[in-house]
Ligand binder design. Sequence first.
Ligand code: PLP
Length: 388
Amino acid sequence: MQRVYLDNNATTPVLPQVLDAMRPYFGEHFGNASSIHHHGQETRAAVERARENVAELLGCRSSEIVFTSGGTEADNLAIFGLAKPGDHIITSTIEHHAVMNACKHLEKSGCEVTSIPVDGRCQVDPDDVKRALRPNTKVITIMTANNETGVVQPVEEIGKIAAEADVYFHTDAVQAAGKIPIDVNKIGCDLLTISGHKIHASQGIGALYVRKGTLLEPMLYGGSHERSRRAGTENVPGIVALGKAAELARAAFERGDDKKMSEMRDRFEREVLSQVESAGVNGEGARRVPNTTNIYFDYIEGEALVIALDLKGLAVSTGAACSSGAIEPSHVLTAMGLRPDRARASIRFSLGKQNTPEDVDFALNLVPETVAHLRELSPLWAKNAVSR
Ligand code: PLP
């Protein structure tokens, strides 16, 4: 059975060049990067080369890159590393749980947290950020691109506000890295998170950019790895993979692959919307990363559509979370003001570097007919026939 994977915001396949680069570090080059002998020197050199590649992708110095176990750890390190009881944190209502739950935890232990709302297009208003500043504001943490809608936030404006107020600015760029060019100096952030498995490196590796001079309290206590900012023996194959993926991402921007990807995404969107009534794009009109579209199909349950498409070979996802047996609508879509039923009827399609125009054709062959079939089974669809 043919299978097409359009859930690249969940995770991406490791690219063949990335796998080739990392493979020797499981076998012949197995040294601990902290060892002073030949084996250690070999892996240390590979780690430092990867650090340079990641730094080049983000426009910073390699000494400002801290490798972590992934996006979640990098987000946690940025937030817990800066905020102390009594501090005020500004965040948004659409953050990934790695940021949102870190802030919730700090709220319980004596920090104040302000969550900035978004408009119907999933965008934070920088003026709201400015208005939320308090004398004890320590850090602003607002993502670069949202994982569910792909909407890009006005991070450069927020960076200016943070700099003027002398407040730290962290941005979770997990869903932006490799999709749109990132320059930490243009953004004006002090900390920025990326994750390997969202950019075709392996799972379990990430990095935090930490601007020189930022006083960050470590989360892990142990050896003096990563300039004492993150203790623990380095995940050398993962780091090599992230370095290679960063190098490939830069080359892809130079070739204009991002434009090709947005053309594929836009064609998919256009054709779905022309064939399916009572459907629309969440975040339409806002600047979005080129690989993501989030579409609502009124009168269906998103979970049912995901399962029906999976049975036909197409992997996509909903932003919904299943908690205590009930399907909760996505916090991102409800923050945008979507009714719960429309939020539950929304599906995310996200492209990766491995996807081809034929993959989009495959999806276009399945989505309209599957939506139509599910609607035929829906009493709501029949009931609303007149008003449609
Ligand atoms: N931040 C965002 C925006 C994400 O989409 C994700 C993963 O889905 C994370 C953070 C967490 O990254 P990781 O899976 O590497 O822990």
